[in-house]
Design a protein around this ligand. Structure first.
Ligand SMILES: [Zn+2]
Length: 445
């Protein structure tokens, strides 16, 4: 059975408006506007709750007070240049000055002592890191991601649009969530309880065997986009992390994935893929990035390089299976680890852009610095591994002008680390401060 009858049109104007959907997602994500405001020391709780329920959104909250990070070595991941004893000034949610003491003297004078100052002497200052594959379902998950140093993320899908709700937070509550490119619901045959996320999904509940027809796949992608997804997540293969599934079987073939890619349009698609056939079908269908990609062939790597398909190997998730208490998963981890490392090395050498994604789920967050170290261990130079979590990841998200570097006008997102990231592959695991949207959300200095 298929939904050809109603799929040609866009989803009907829903009985539940977008605001209602988002309120539901926010509730599931554990976000209460009132408690959030109290937690962040913002507007009085009652006032915030009033504003949330009134039809007008009210005035934007004041941006955080200026912040100055001085004395550290400021590293530009794009050029690999480092400025010793540098100064970084953040104000109004943006970088307003960055460079040597001389270069920033005027901007510092203009602050006239208004800025909170952090001394980063003996440390390295970097742009906020980017994790291109996370599953954040709650406010606490978002906080854990920030603590790990990722100030921007791409969602790899959630069950109830929680990522769409989290993505709306930075505009209202600086520092409450990383900047997020939300994927909404996973485009997968079995929607399970996610069918309850959205009244527009009712028709898909009637399908026997799940969502498989190209028209139904396109419909599900369009519902996601209508609810605020900025990227579409789908799959070519089953999951590796579930012992009862075989990630070398095929879930969606080239034709099905092509329907998803077409419906996603400019939003682009990230595709979970393991088998050689699955990865190649996804690449030919035009997905923007391959997630996991263990059994990618040399031929597909060449295709990825020529098409500009990004590669998110999620090394921590795959190698981490080796430590599983489940013998099937542990064996899978041991088998896959050398294969995925070799795939990363070969892809990087062939000119494929490798990006850093942890596949962190919920509050079990792997710090993005761990994935960067694993990329270096797989053969990337420390600078290229750093780029995988900064400039290259920003380009994948379409945020290249704002994130991934510290230049005048870029986002007020930064991390301070205790070792030189240009020579030490585990430097990004040694975080001493994190600034997200101008707010110092972690400070061990
Ligand atoms: Zn994932």
């Amino acid at each position: 059975m298929c939904l050809h009858d109603h799929t040609p049109e866009a989803p009907s104007a829903a009985a539940v408006p977008r605001r209602g959907i988002l309120a539901g997602a926010a509730a599931l994500a554990g976000i209460s506007v009132a408690s959030l405001a109290a937690q962040l020391g913002g507007a009085p709780a009652a006032e915030a709750a009033d504003a949330a329920t009134s039809s007008s959104r009210g005035d934007r909250p004041a941006s955080p007070s200026p912040l100055m990070i001085e004395g550290g070595t400021i590293v530009d991941p794009k050029t690999g240049h480092a400025v010793e004893d540098g100064v970084l000034v953040l104000e109004g949610g943006r970088v307003t000055a960055v460079g040597s003491r001389t270069e920033t003297r005027r901007a510092v004078a203009a602050l006239a002592g208004r800025a909170r100052t952090v001394d980063a002497s003996g440390r390295w200052v970097l742009p906020g890191l980017i994790d291109v594959h996370v599953h954040a379902n709650a406010l606490s998950d978002a906080a854990a991601i920030l603590q790990g140093g990722a100030t921007s993320v791409r969602s790899g899908s959630t069950s109830f649009y929680q990522d769409v709700a989290l993505a709306a937070l930075p505009e209202w509550a600086a520092g409450a969530s990383p900047r997020m490119s939300p994927a909404g619901l996973f485009i997968s045959p079995e929607l399970g309880e996610s069918l309850l996320a959205d009244p527009d999904l009712g028709p898909l509940a009637a399908l026997h065997g799940g969502v498989n027809e190209p028209a139904d796949l396109a419909y599900l992608a369009r519902v996601n986009l209508k609810r605020g997804a900025k990227v579409i997540k789908t799959r070519a293969n089953p999951r590796a992390g579930l012992a009862e599934q075989d990630p070398r079987e095929l879930v969606y073939n080239y034709g099905q994935l092509s329907a998803v890619v077409k419906a996603a349009g400019k939003a682009g698609v990230l595709c979970h893929a393991y088998s050689a056939e699955g990865i190649d079908g996804a690449v030919r269908a035009g997905v923007r990035s391959i997630e996991h990609g263990v059994f990618v062939t040399e031929q597909t790597i060449a295709r990825m390089a020529s098409r500009g398909t990004y590669f998110t190997p999620t090394l921590d998730a795959i190698t981490g299976m080796s430590g599983s208490s489940d013998p099937i998963l542990a064996a899978r981890g041991r088998e896959y680890t050398p294969i995925i490392k070799e795939a990363v090395r070969a892809a990087h050498e062939a000119g494929v852009t490798v990006v850093a994604g942890t596949d962190s789920f919920g509050s079990e967050v792997t710090p993005i610095g761990t994935e960067v170290r694993l990329l270096a261990e797989a053969g990337l130079s420390p600078l290229d591994a750093l780029r995988a979590a900064t400039v290259n990841a920003a380009a994948l998200l379409g945020w290249g002008a704002d994130a991934g570097r510290l230049v005048r006008g870029s986002y007020a997102d930064a991390v301070v680390v205790n070792a030189d990231p240009l020579s030490n592959p585990s430097a990004l695991e040694q975080i001493s401060a994190v600034v997200a949207q101008g707010v110092l959300v972690r400070n061990n200095l």
